[in-house]
Design a protein around this ligand. Sequence first.
Ligand code: PLP
Length: 387
Amino acid sequence: MLAFVRPDLAQLVAYTPHPGGDSDGVSSPPADRLDTNENPYDLPPELKQKLTWTVQQEIESNRYPEGGHRALKAAIAQYVNESAALAGGQITADQISVGNGSDELIRSVLIATCVAGAGSILVARPTFSMYGILAQTLGVPVVEVERSPLTFEVNLADAQAAMAQGLQQNVPVRAVFMVHPNSPTGNPLTEAELDWLRSLPEQVLVVIDEAYFEFSQRSVVKELGDRSNWVILRTFSKAFRLAAHRVGYAITSPQFTAVLEKVRLPYNLPAMTQAAAQLALAHRQELLAIVPSLIEERSLLLQALASDPALQVSPSAANFLFVRLQNSVAQGWNLSPEAALDQLFGQLKTQGTLVRKINGGLRITIGSPAENQRTIARLREILLREA
Ligand SMILES: *Cc1c(COP(=O)(O)O)cnc(C)c1O
């Protein structure tokens, strides 16, 4: 370790970016990339052409991009209101902050609430790994509580106890991070979990990550007006098909929005990214029209996999499924459960289906119908062959 680097960074394991797993990033990735929950469909060619036209005709490469993101924020506010059926524009542009992916907003939230010893964050495992990773890079302690291994509901008694303990030890929990629906498990927040979040004191920020909102159609946006300590995070990387362009947004009170704006980098969103997000919003009906068919594909995949006695599949409100191997499979293969999962993951990858191995299971993105059929066929073939 370099002598001038913070010692706590030595322990930090960096996020492994896509193309995932142990691929070397040089050889071409497997054909079916079902490991990062992207939309399987690229932008339609006409929209790509429009974007190219914008880059050629409108964007001055020698000029800084619009640093206040005004047009984009207004368009996002309109979409948020429309999609929540909020009459008369309840959410306004001064309640929107945009980031270079919602990952940037997670970091801004951490900077605004926890750094410099101000507090810790609470997460319920298994969940999106980025909260913990970004917290560690900023020296922010992470308090972890567990979920039920069956329903993946948060152990609320433990969560409450962790909050109390933080206060006692003078490292108060300043932010609670929840994904709605959770990744990698796909379950939306229950009414009991939401009630617990509603019960948290004003000194605690509640972060509700709605990265999969377009698939779940569940949102807490209607509650924002009553809750000054809540922030919703969303992204254009999933349903909106813009993962390559890196754009996410936060919806919160005007006061907290101003703070998020204060801590971000000045020109955090490249001009082309802003143009891409505005284009996607202007054509949202066309782009999001594909969502119902992905949801239909999700239920077909769920049915097919759930009918296999070797697999334990959880229902999902997002665009992925979390699949675990029954213990009997590992026994039959004479392997430890972890090694059996490795085996399944590796063989799927060899056959051309890349999924995410995470938290003792496989997270499988819903792909195109052809990709999903191959997922089913390959899983069946491997499980039969190995039996
Ligand atoms: C994909 C995802 C994000 C989005 O990340 P971007 O940085 O916007 O690409 C955020 N939160 C969760 C839970 C996700 O799954």
